[in-house]
Structures are given as C-alpha cells and as structure tokens.
Design a protein around this ligand. Structure first.
Ligand SMILES: [Zn+2]
Length: 65
C-alpha cells in the first residue's frame, strides 16, 4: 500500500491516481512489537559476532520474557 505525499490518497502504485503525485509506502513492513524488540536485542547482543545463532532463543518455546 502506497500513500501519496501530496494528498495522502492511498493507492497501489507509486503514482497517485488522484493528483499524479509521488506515492510512497505509507509504513514499513509491519512487524509485531515483539519482533521489533527482538531486532534491537539482537543488535545489543552482537549479531555480527560469530556464533550468535547459538545464543538465539528457540522460537517455538514462547518464552519471550
Ligand atoms: Zn495524490
């Protein structure tokens, strides 16, 4: 879903069908707050370092604090 920068009309293309303005994605891909927090946590825990996958919690565990 795109949103026109000029008239705020929502449309599927990057060109507003209403005013011809430039439309951009209204919002980035929606992630749950949990995912967003996990992303931040991964940064804090040093994802770049080797061996980090071993420290990731099991997704199926459901033990998210
Ligand atoms: Zn428009």
């Amino acid at each position: 879903m795109q949103k026109c920068n000029d008239c705020a009309t929502h449309c599927l293309s990057t060109t507003c069908p209403k005013c011809g303005g430039v439309a951009q994605a209204a919002a980035p891909m929606k992630w749950s707050p949990e995912d967003k927090r996990a992303h931040l946590r991964r940064q804090l825990e040093g994802v770049e370092e080797s061996g980090w996958p071993n420290s990731l919690p099991t997704l199926a565990s459901g033990e998210e604090e």
